[in-house]
Design a protein around this ligand. Structure first.
Ligand SMILES: [Zn+2]
Length: 290
């Protein structure tokens, strides 16, 4: 039973393990402010989907970790679905510690740019701290950023997640979920995305923790759904949310050049974002799972 003071914000461990067992994924939406939190949470509640609200270091600096925790805590009290607040692509133990101490219960430590041993060391330090607080940890092996379609095989092997190494990485760090590099890239693709599905299946054979897909904006939904069938339990959605929000607000100003009421000009942005949230929940198969 919750006391008045206990938090309603959950970690991501149980929700991802449930998703893994029942073969769907939990969508992780990058939020930035009150409006984006409201749209994501209200839509997830309508569709009975567990949901992860993710913020990058830039978002946490912009909004303030204490504000974000308070807003998400309010959302989690109002709605009877699992709601997690997640630190996305954090690279510093100190920053993670700061926000976990404020009440965040899920984090990604991204030391994937470091050599393997250093990646293990940094991730282990975060896991030791986070687990003491009941927080869950995601880490990445392999590189996502700037991955090109025309990489030659040697480069591809070096940058994509190696299944055997993934097994060792999970065992030595004790992480709760693993972000895999299988050909997705952050932002929007210039060409046709080529996702290495065979590699994903090989990773899943070696690794028992839930797997996470980053950089899936612009990957066609049927391909994302195939990755979910092959073991992806969390799909990150950032760029796909920002663009429709901004476009709708731009459109509003084009039609109402004298507008100055944020309650009016942000509303079309929220409505446009809501449509994408529904699409992504359906893509992930998480509706009705809360
Ligand atoms: Zn990412």
């Amino acid at each position: 039973m919750h006391s008045e003071n206990s938090s309603h914000i959950v970690n991501t461990r149980e929700m991802l393990i449930k998703a893994q067992k029942e073969h769907y994924a939990v969508p992780a939406f990058n939020i930035h402010n009150l409006e984006t939190v409201q749209v994501v949470v209200e839509t997830a509640a309508e569709w009975r989907s567990p949901v992860i609200l993710a913020g990058t270091p830039g978002t946490f600096e912009y909004a303030g970790g204490d504000y974000l925790v308070a807003i998400v805590e309010t959302a989690a009290r109002k709605h009877d679905i699992p709601i997690a607040l997640h630190l996305d692509h954090f690279e510093s133990f100190e920053a993670i510690k700061t926000y976990l101490d404020m009440g965040v219960r899920s984090c990604m430590i991204d030391a994937s740019h470091e050599p393997f041993e250093e990646n293990v060391r940094i991730v282990k330090e975060v896991v030791d701290y986070a687990h003491r607080l009941g927080a869950s940890v995601e880490a990445e092996l392999g590189r996502l950023g700037g991955v090109e379609d025309d990489l030659i095989v040697d480069e591809k092997d070096a940058r994509y997640t190696n299944p055997k190494q993934a097994k060792e990485f999970v065992a030595r760090t004790g992480i709760d979920s693993l972000a895999v590099a299988i050909g997705t890239a952050h932002g929007l693709y210039k060409g046709e995305p080529k996702i290495d599905l065979e590699r994903l299946s090989a990773i899943r054979q070696e690794v028992s923790v839930p797997l996470v897909l980053h950089g899936a904006s612009d990957v066609p939904s049927p391909i994302v759904q195939e990755t979910i069938r092959r073991g992806i339990c969390k799909v990150n959605i950032a760029t796909d949310l920002k663009i429709p929000f901004a476009d709708a607000v731009k459109q509003y100003f084009a039609e109402h050049p004298d507008a100055n009421d944020p309650r009016k000009y942000l509303t079309p942005g929220k409505e446009a974002m809501k449509k994408v949230v529904i699409e992504k929940i359906k893509m992930c198969g998480s509706h009705g799972k809360a």
